[in-house]
Design a protein around this ligand. Structure first.
Ligand code: NCD
Ligand code: ZN
Length: 345
């Protein structure tokens, strides 16, 4: 039996929702990860420090007894966000970043930013206090091909942001293209990226295998094989600019299998096993710990976790269906199996 013991990892991009859904998904993450950056795209969004603190309490209430999971809260950037709110966030020990969604880019992004120049003073305040900017890096203009939205975001916005804010920690979230992998690798030290398990495992054929596959629909969309390979290359390269962020995003089965299905893949249940598969396949298992457990906290200037988890090289079945607060949900690789499992305890 092959086992792998690592510093406990963290998830630097996670959706846990609210209410009954929250209660059923938090344990999957808390079993594996010490901390997670919690996305603020609730309805209405988590836009103020007070809202983030109240949301944090609801998340903590869902952590099973005996687990010490810490939610790291974020604020949702809107055109109404003020520099004052940024200063409140900087003074609050539980808010770790601000999330930029282009208006309409994805699930619950209606309150996002329409014109980036309108939030310039807020970005300046964030730079002053070194509060990280997390970016959903896509443009939403209807004349841009949906598969090109991320590359055009770099061209139109990110290259400008990087020049204008040399001291602002920035994370390009859930990167999906070789363009992003190259841009971040070659970019300044204040720019990093998170990489999901599904973008490392799948190429866009997975959305159309034998028919339309709504459970492989997420944003940004999964891309061509050459892009997947570029992501595997940077994630396993040992570069500290790329670290783990699952973007696990639960939606009830009915909301995905619908005439206008929601974007989001639920990968939290077997997240570490999926990443271990990718790193093993790339012959880079020795680099999994740094990607999952070191580079994230180093970038956020937080201590690394001081406990460990053990992964066991054993086939584990992924259930066909999981419970999302009383509604059926379909996890990534439902009904299949993964080559690793996390040891209990
Ligand atoms: C996320 C969600 O459902 O909240 N969906 C997704 O496809 N990743 C939002 C996001 O991160 O884009
Ligand atoms: Zn997300």
């Amino acid at each position: 039996m092959h086992t792998l013991t690592l510093t406990r990892p963290d998830d630097w991009h996670l959706h846990v929702r609210d209410g009954a859904m929250l209660a059923s998904v938090v344990p999957d993450t808390a079993r594996q990860f010490g901390r997670a950056i919690i996305m603020p795209n609730l309805k209405p969004p988590v836009a103020t420090v007070d809202q983030a603190l109240a949301y944090r309490e609801r998340i903590l209430a869902a952590v099973p007894e005996g687990m010490s999971f810490q939610p790291l809260m974020t604020l949702y950037l809107t055109e109404q966000t003020t520099p004052d709110e940024i200063h409140r966030a900087a003074d609050c020990q539980h808010v770790y970043a601000v999330k930029y969604y282009p208006a309409g880019a994805t699930t619950n992004a209606a309150s996002g930013v329409r014109v980036i120049d309108r939030v310039w003073p807020v970005l300046e305040a964030m730079q002053d206090v070194r509060l990280p900017l997390l970016m959903h890096g896509e443009v939403t203009d209807s004349d841009i091909d949906v598969f090109d939205r991320e590359a055009v975001f770099i061209e139109r916005h990110l290259s400008r942001l990087v020049k204008a804010f040399p001291e602002l920690p920035m994370v390009l979230e859930h990167i999906t293209t070789k363009d992003s992998a190259d841009f971040v690798r070659e970019g300044p030290a204040n720019l990093a990226a998170t990489v999901t398990a599904h973008h490392l495992l799948l190429n866009r054929n997975a959305m159309f295998e034998g028919g339309l596959r709504p459970h492989h629909y997420c944003l940004p969309l999964i891309k061509r094989e050459q892009h997947r390979q570029a992501l595997v290359e940077v994630a396993t390269s040992g570069s500290p600019k790329f670290f783990l962020g699952t973007d696990s995003a639960p939606h009830p089965k009915a909301a995905k299998e619908s005439d206008c299905g929601c974007a989001g893949i639920y990968s939290a249940r077997n997240a570490m096993a999926f990443y271990a598969e990718v790193f093993e396949e790339a012959g880079a298992l020795d680099r999994l710990e740094a990607f999952a457990s070191h580079y994230g906290p180093d970038f956020y200037r937080l201590p690394r976790n001081n406990d460990q988890i053990t992964l066991i090289r054993e086939q584990e079945r992924v259930p066909e269906v999981v419970d999302f607060g009383g509604h059926p949900g379909i996890p990534l690789r439902a009904g299949g199996s993964v080559g690793w499992r996390v040891a209990a305890g």
